[in-house]
Ligand binder design. Structure first.
Ligand SMILES: [Zn+2]
Length: 132
């Protein structure tokens, strides 16, 4: 190709022109091109998680408030937060404030349950859990 600034021929993969030193517009390199047309990059993202959607849905339904389904899916941080909410709710119930912890955990669990059912729940590595 040719430099857009000075018109001198430059190599196709050059980021700057060796003649005038100005930056050249980024070309679609083979790696970029493959990402742009959505192949290897998206294939990896769209790959289904090896986790079971049935187990996830069941866990979210029965033990959802405890965050067990998130731990099962490999989402340890948010699963731990959910479990902590539940435990705080248990302790809080002695002081009449348990509902403030358990209610958000319940709503969260319900949303997770719906996401699990429709196959939109992601595991710890970002893959959708869609295989039953
Ligand atoms: Zn140039």
């Amino acid at each position: 190709m040719f430099c857009i600034h000075c018109g001198k021929p430059v190599s196709d993969d050059a980021a700057t022109c060796p003649e005038c030193g100005k930056a050249l517009p980024a070309l679609a390199t083979p790696a970029n091109a493959r990402q742009a047309d959505g192949h290897p990059a998206n294939d990896r993202l769209d790959a289904a998680s090896p986790k079971s959607r049935a187990a996830l849905s069941l866990l979210a339904f029965i033990l959802g408030t405890l965050g067990i389904h998130r731990l099962y899916a490999g989402r340890m941080p948010s699963g731990s937060v959910m479990l902590a909410l539940f435990l705080l709710g248990c302790i809080g119930s002695f002081y009449g404030v348990g509902i403030f912890f358990v209610l958000p955990a319940n709503v969260w669990a319900l949303i997770d349950f719906i996401l699990a059912l429709i196959g939109r729940f992601k595991d710890g590595s970002g893959k959708l859990i869609k295989n039953w």
